[in-house]
Write a protein that binds this ligand. Sequence first.
Ligand SMILES: Nc1ncnc2c1ncn2[C@@H]1O[C@H](COP(=O)(O)OP(=O)(O)OP(=O)(O)O)[C@@H](O)[C@H]1O
Ligand SMILES: [Mg+2]
Length: 461
Amino acid sequence: MAKEKTTFTCNACGGTSPRWLGKCPGCGAWNALVETVAESASGGKNRLSQPQGYAGLANAQPVTPLSAIEAQDVARTPSGIEELDRVLGGGVVEGGVVLIGGDPGIGKSTLLLQAMDALHRLGLPTLYVTGEESGAQVALRSRRLGLDHSQVNVLAEIQLEKILATLEATQPAVVVIDSIQTVYSDQLSSAPGSVAQVRECAAHLTRAAKTTGITIILVGHVTKDGALAGPRVLEHMVDTVLYFEGDTHSNFRLVRAIKNRFGAVNEIGVFAMTEKGLKGVTNPSAIFLSQHSEPVPGSCVLVTLEGTRPMLVEIQALVDQGGPAARRLSVGLDRDRLAMLLAVLNRHAGVVCADQDVFVNAVGGVRINEPAADLAVMLAITSSLRGKALPKGFIAFGEVGLAGEVRPAPRGQERLKEAAKLGFTMAVVPKANAPKKAIPGLTIHAVERVDEAMNIVRGMG
Ligand SMILES: Nc1ncnc2c1ncn2[C@@H]1O[C@H](COP(=O)(O)OP(=O)(O)OP(=O)(O)O)[C@@H](O)[C@H]1O
Ligand SMILES: [Mg+2]
């Protein structure tokens, strides 16, 4: 195939250069020039900037009022893997593009192979394009997963043009590209995996999905700090972005929807990794609790809300004598927020940790983003500092503000009911979340300020 002319576009200012330069001549940004295929239609000169108007360039197009456009509900096919369907917003959507990212070895290929097989059994023609493994490796995995007679088609290919031609010829309904970082286009001279290649290939595949109605699922690598590798624009381009989370040392894996044009975000799917692949966990409420026979200092159970489901997660804290520079580290929680909470504890509750190292951890490799975790984090820290365990059957949730106020968490009733259902007996919650009607078996302490919460806990033991 003949090579089209390429040019280099600045990610920061949009300026172009015929050559790659370390520094953009337009805005001076470093390392911002990215190779792109040059548009040939403009004849080398941008006619839009001419003052004669646009009529000579193109014909005006008819416009339509929204009410006159026939709008059909998107056609969804549930894969039958309930936890995956939940994060997708009900199933795979015709013409939808899904990007799924996650740490190496977390189970992306496993889940997608299982999903492809399930969809194939439902009568959808599927294609699994593998760029990272050989066809034999994929076949081996399918045998291990017990999918011995799987009819999923496999294509071991990394050249975009060949992949697109195969899609055109075989007309599958759902395609997995494992992974987008291995795919390269002949049109660009940069290496597979480079920002330019990933962007260009994803754009072509997205266009193909929209014009043909094929559902395309792209697997994306993540960088060391957990973000999807490649250009951020990839996340804008696709309809749905899913992230695999979880500790590779534990069996549980979470799939979280970060963006979804066809469903709710922040919904999570919970899976357990078994020898036969990923199995959905339909009732995940209490899997992120460690099994202490007696309460231990530095531990507080939080009721968090993931998408539509309340879940109980143990927050652990360790406060220990620090060196000259005290450390603040967190796993599964935001470190900046931890620093803020320590300042609030100091100022509004008189709990001083200035010369102490503070470590906090959300058990089970789960990542907690919601501010409603604040109160539980603070209670775990004070419990560790005092060396006194919180009472058995204790839970907490609530957002804490800089003025020391405890703000309500969304859907407090559901959280409390879930805790009661799992046998928890005592709760410290924001005043606005206190239920009007008592919840059987649960003693609720409603608080408006952080110091009130600390006093209640101090009075307990
Ligand atoms: N024989 C086996 N028995 C049980 N579990 C296995 C076996 N082989 C692999 N696994 C599990 O499958 C995981 C690998 O899953 P998978 O290849 O789907 O990950 P991935 O996210 O696609 O990784 P990569 O980023 O390398 O492509 C391993 O981490 C391991 O937990
Ligand atoms: Mg893989």
